[in-house]
Structures are given as structure tokens and as C-alpha cells.
Design a binder for this molecule. Structure first.
Ligand SMILES: CC(=O)N[C@H](C=O)[C@@H](O)[C@H](O)[C@H](O)COP(=O)(O)O
Length: 474
């Protein structure tokens, strides 16, 4: 397949805006008709093309638009992080549905079908006759994908793997480096574009086109962004404050289920990234340290039935100066290069917490933060650098709590009740642990897991699993 920037198809998207029209499994917009309506609206606004997931949605968009469609087929598979068009059948299905171009995960991570990026690209070229866009997370992956035959590269996965930088905005530096090192290959910026300035910066970096999704087609995210900017900050979000007649218990369960579904949809890439770090640390024989400014996370995860023996609690001793106390805490939990430190802090603003994260990273350990991002962003940071925990961690898991944390309106009461931070943090972190264990098992490493000490033979079982951990290191 030829690779000039101006094949007719690539010429049509040059300098253009591609609108990603996707809806998560729980979204009210998750149906082909709705996706087609989103695309039609974007087309009326001047979009130059669409990015669409799954054959039924591609077919629905194709029916009503002749604009270029970048098709993807997300297929999560147990034990693998690669899920954007992970294999040939997934690609073929979207081309058959009408996609003009296929985007695939072209990272260097293990692939569910055991093929290489090069094998997949060659087969798509040969059997489907369409160009392939390589979704990558790093500069090296971009170069390798082009070497392997990709026609375009996109920054789609940057910020969603443990080894790529987690930025709030688009991956501009990566895009600029790819533009410089891949002459003649169209570079696309995709992911976290939210402002006009973002778009201008992308084109100033020399990219071929941009893909924007959430900021145009995900009303929940757009609404949340505006709600987060409302001035009366201790008021519960309007969407959650109707005059309710529902009994508190029904309302609580309804809201919790909804919040957890949102957590799953919004935090999934970060959960998988954190799980990758935890799995790598355990495979390398390291302990996973857990620290919490309050109480919940460290007590929930360390020495728990169904939890991993590898997790250990980090405590910062009292007395001495801050640096000495932090180093002593890191030593006591064996935080070293290659290890992971999980830090739970709802506010994420205390000086010690930020210093602890920075000191752990200085030792070469990765830091996973579990924090209330919206709440934290509005609080004054104590650290002189002006940074919060979420600014200094490798992976940030947002427990999704609103500003003020309490999230439940109850009839007859003005003040919201029940902090969401704990429910969100605990669920997200158990998802990290479960996924890390699965990743280890997929590599042939069976992690040591506690059984309840109250079961018959419990104390002996606990002693035995701890001895197993001490011997094997995982
Ligand atoms: C990482 C991953 O799975 N990205 C997905 C790829 O198709 C989509 O969930 C994103 O919405 C899309 O890339 C557009 O990005 P943003 O919605 O940030 O504008």
C-alpha cells in the first residue's frame, strides 16, 4: 500500500476534524440510531469524518453519510490490555460494514491472537484493501508501527498505559516528535482534546488531522465539566437534587449502582494501567505498598480475605522532620525501584502526601493515586510547588466523588449525605487487584491470595500462604 499523505482518502481528512461518535455500554446513546444521529449532527457542523466503534454502528453511519469513516472494533479480552480492533476478524467486520479505514491498537503489548502488529496490518491491506491507522502510546511504538506498514499514526493510547505520560490534555509532545521523525506519514492527535487552543496547538505541531470524541459526543462528560464550574461549590450537582419522594434506601442503591457503572466506564483505562503496574511489580518480586491519609484504603486492602499477600501497609512514623519520616515510611514498606505505591487521599492536597509520592518516584517506584479529582482540583494545595497528589502520580484513579464528596440527596434534608469517595476508591482498587491477578495468571504466575482465617483450618492456611509468598516472592 502506498503511503503518500495525499491519497484521496487521506487528502479528504487533511487539516480536518474527525468526530469520534462512540457511546459506552451504559450510555443512553448506545444504539446504532443514536450513533448515526451523533454523526449526522457532527456532519452538519462541518466534521471531515467520523471514528466509529463496532460494525452495527459503522453500518448505521455509512447509511446516512459519505464522509470518511475510521472504523474500530473494541473487543476486550480477558488477560489482555489490547482491545481496539485486536485481530483480523474484528477488522474485517468493520470494513464489511462500510469503514474506509481501520484503526488498530498498534502498541507493543501482548496481543490476544498472538500475531504481530505487522502481521495484522499486512493482512488488512491484503484482504480488505483499506489503509490502517496505528493507535499508539509512545514514540517508539509510532516508529515501529510505520515500519510495520501502518499508513497513519494516532496518539490515541498515549496516557492510557502504565508506560506513557498521563496528561490532562492531548499528547502534543508525542505528536510533534512523530511529525518530525515520520516525514510523509500523517500523524493524528486523538484523545483529551477539549479546547480550541488544543486544536490550534495540534495543527501548529504539524499534524494531519485531529480526532475529538468526548468533548463533542459525550453529553455526560460535557455536562459534568460545566457542573464542576458552578460557583456554589458546596451545593450538590443540580442533576442529583430533584424533589425526591423516594425512600433513602432506594435512592442510595439507585445512585450507587449508577455511580459504579460510571466509574467502570470512565476509569477503565486507568484501572487497567494501574493493574499493569501492580502485576509488573509483583512479577518482579516486589511488594505493593498501600498508604492512605484516612483509613479506608489501607485497611481494606492489606491482609484481607481474597486479597493479595503482596500488599503491605505503609505508615509514616510520627516525629522527626517530614523528609526523614517519609523515607522511614518508604523503607518500612520496602518501596524500591520497580515497586508500586498506592496512595489513597480524597483531597490529595496535603504536603506529606505529595512529598511521599515524589519520594517514591524518586526511588524508581510507580505511584498510583486514588483521589477525588474534581474535589481535589478545587482545594488549595499545601505543597509549595502548588502540586496535588493527582499531579505527581503515574496513574490517577478518580473515585468520582463530587466537590464536597457527599453525593446523596435525601427527602426532607438540605445537606447531601454519604461520601462517594470511599465506595469509588474501594471498588476501583479491587478492580485493579482483580485485573492485576488476572494479568499475572495470564503470564503463568499464580499470586498468593488470602483465604478467610475463619474457615476450617484458616490459621494454618494463612501461615502457609504467607510462607509460600516468602518463598516465591509473588
Ligand atoms: C483510549 C481509548 O480507548 N480511546 C477510545 C478510542 O477510540 C475512545 O474512548 C476515545 O473517546 C477516543 O479516542 C477520543 O478521545 P476523547 O474522547 O478523549 O476525545
Amino acid at each position: 500500500m502506498s503511503k503518500p499523505e495525499d491519497t484521496p482518502l487521506l487528502g479528504r481528512i487533511r487539516g480536518g476534524l474527525i468526530v469520534s461518535c462512540q457511546a459506552g455500554p451504559e450510555s443512553p446513546l448506545n444504539s446504532p440510531d443514536m450513533i448515526a444521529a451523533l454523526a449526522a449532527s457532527a456532519g452538519r457542523g462541518g466534521a471531515h469524518g467520523f471514528r466509529v466503534d463496532r460494525p452495527e454502528n459503522v453500518a448505521a453511519v455509512r447509511k446516512q453519510s459519505a464522509l470518511p469513516i475510521i472504523g474500530i472494533n473494541k473487543q476486550p479480552r480477558t488477560g489482555f490490555d489490547v482491545f481496539i480492533t485486536p485481530g483480523f476478524d474484528a477488522a474485517r467486520a468493520i470494513v464489511d460494514a462500510g469503514a474506509d479505514l481501520v484503526a488498530i491498537d498498534a502498541t507493543q503489548r501482548p496481543r490476544p491472537e498472538g500475531d504481530t502488529v505487522g502481521d495484522l496490518i499486512a493482512r488488512i491491506h491484503r484482504e480488505c484493501g483499506v489503509p490502517v491507522m496505528a493507535d499508539i502510546a509512545s514514540h517508539a511504538e509510532g516508529l515501529a508501527a510505520v515500519e510495520a506498514g501502518a499508513d497513519l499514526v494516532a496518539t490515541t493510547i498515549a496516557g492510557y498505559t502504565p508506560y506513557s505520560r498521563h496528561e490532562a490534555g492531548p499528547a502534543l509532545e508525542l505528536a510533534a516528535a512523530l511529525v518530525a521523525d515520520l516525514p510523509g506519514i500523517p500523524v493524528i492527535v486523538e484523545g483529551r482534546i477539549w479546547t480550541i487552543e488544543d486544536i490550534q496547538a495540534c495543527f501548529a505541531a504539524g499534524v494531519h488531522a485531529v480526532v475529538v470524541g468526548s468533548a463533542i459526543t459525550v453529553p455526560e462528560f460535557i455536562t459534568r465539566r460545566f457542573v464542576a464550574a458552578l460557583p456554589e461549590q458546596d451545593r450538590e450537582p443540580v442533576a442529583d437534587a430533584p424533589e425526591t419522594t423516594e425512600p433513602a434506601v432506594d435512592r442510595l442503591f439507585g445512585r450507587v449502582l449508577q455511580e459504579l457503572a460510571d466509574l467502570r466506564d470512565n476509569q477503565r483505562p486507568m484501572i487497567e494501567a494501574a493493574a499493569g503496574l501492580v502485576a509488573d511489580a509483583i512479577a518482579g518480586g516486589h511488594r505493593v505498598a498501600v498508604y492512605d491519609t484516612g483509613h479506608l484504603v489501607s485497611h481494606e486492602f492489606v491482609a484481607r480475605t481474597g486479597g493479595l499477600v503482596a500488599l503491605t501497609r505503609l505508615e509514616i512514623p510520627a516525629g522527626a522532620d517530614s523528609q526523614t519520616r517519609i523515607e522511614a515510611g518508604l523503607d518500612s514498606a520496602s518501596v524500591v525501584s520497580g515497586g508500586v505505591l498506592i496512595i489513597g487521599s480524597v483531597s490529595g492536597t496535603s504536603r506529606d502526601t505529595v512529598e511521599l509520592a515524589m519520594a517514591a518516584r524518586h526511588r524508581g517506584a510507580a505511584v498510583v493515586a486514588v483521589t477525588a479529582s474534581k474535589h481535589s482540583s478545587r482545594l488549595e494545595p499545601e505543597h509549595p510547588s502548588g502540586r496535588r497528589l493527582l499531579d505527581v502520580a503515574d496513574v490517577v484513579l478518580d473515585n468520582q466523588a463530587p466537590y464536597g464528596d457527599a453525593f446523596l440527596t435525601v427527602r426532607l434534608l438540605d445537606r447531601p449525605l454519604v461520601p462517594l469517595s470511599g465506595l469509588g476508591a474501594v471498588t476501583a482498587l479491587w478492580a485493579v487487584i482483580a485485573s492485576a491477578a488476572e494479568k499475572l495468571a495470564a503470564r503463568g504466575i499464580e499470586p498468593s491470595v488470602y483465604r478467610s482465617i475463619h474457615l476450617p483450618g484458616g490459621p494454618a492456611d494463612v501461615a502457609q500462604i504467607e510462607a509460600r509468598y516468602a518463598k516465591k516472592g509473588h
